[in-house]
Design a protein around this ligand. Sequence first.
Ligand SMILES: Cc1ncc(COP(=O)(O)O)c(C=O)c1O
Length: 375
Amino acid sequence: MTNNLTRRDWLVGTSAVAGSMMIANAASAQDMASMTNMGMPISKDNPIRMTNNENPYGINPKAMDVIIKAYKRAHIYNFRARRELTKVIADMENIPEECIAVGAGSSEYLVAAGTLCAVSGGDMVIPEITFGSITRSASALGSKIIQAPMNEDLSISLDSLRKAMTKNTKCVYICNPNNPVPSIVEKTALEQFCLEVSKQAMVVVDEAYYEYVRDDSYSTMAHLIKDNPNIIVLRTASKIHAFANVRIGFAFAHPDTMKKLMAFRSGTSSYPAIMGAVASYKDLDYQKFVIDKNYESLEILYKMFEELNMPYVKAHANFVFANAGRDASEVREKLLESGVLIGRQYAHSPNWIRISTAKPEETQYMVDVYKRDFG
Ligand SMILES: Cc1ncc(COP(=O)(O)O)c(C=O)c1O
């Protein structure tokens, strides 16, 4: 393994992964040139993005064609298109259309659910380490946010969520898989928890990374919403479908709950976004391709963690969480010098780094840079 890896070395395929990897490297050099910003080589200003859990392959080309064509009709409102997308999702998830709301990303419904909690005069319980969006509207409007400790392995503890609840708790948020720790909650225990807790409070299950999970102990909670007005399930097209800046997300909820949520949502999604989502959700092959590549990249990262003895959490999503044994901000800055941008530092775990997967060849580049700098 070289200690002097440069971007040029990587691009010409003569560095860390030499020999049999030469051909693969040449291909990846091509990829890198085409995928990065405006075809520019990677650099500090144009890094490989391993920071926001985006899909490195971008939008499905078939969906992209639809989006571009749909702009010709973007002067019209999109009610009928929204019904079409709703039907695609209803068939796929086996839930009634009236239990599905399309939004401009799932954030729209995280804000709405947080608002709903606050206006009902209640507190919110969340895991201590989780995705924070739902708390913003809730706390701004007066909800107390109670953080429940994690299990020792950093996974979500249902017991500690239960213990953290008070008689004033009106909402419990569970992100499954969680973020920034990509762990999952076992399906039977979670279902029981949802049914029990929903007698008192709204349970919001955020399934932003649902499509990536390959573990049999995992299941969506979408089947619970039909008969239970106190359970909301959220999904997004931002991750597997690469719609992060196209903006499509979903809330699954009982029609009575849907009415309440709709009062607080911010707006509508665009016609091109909706039609693109119809095409993207229907193309299972592309989704499988993205998932397979994700798991290839995860293996590359795990190998490095094992080699460097870095504790890490097994990932059920498109990112890893690992203990760098040093200040995460410093690691981030140093990697950026070589054109790799990883996730920000977290106050609760200042030595842990969250790394989103990139394409396998890009992930290998990151690993080579990391080993050179910190190995
Ligand atoms: C767990 C989780 N939920 C929701 C979101 C927001 O997704 P969207 O782009 O659909 O608003 C994210 C984005 O990173 C996320 O990680």
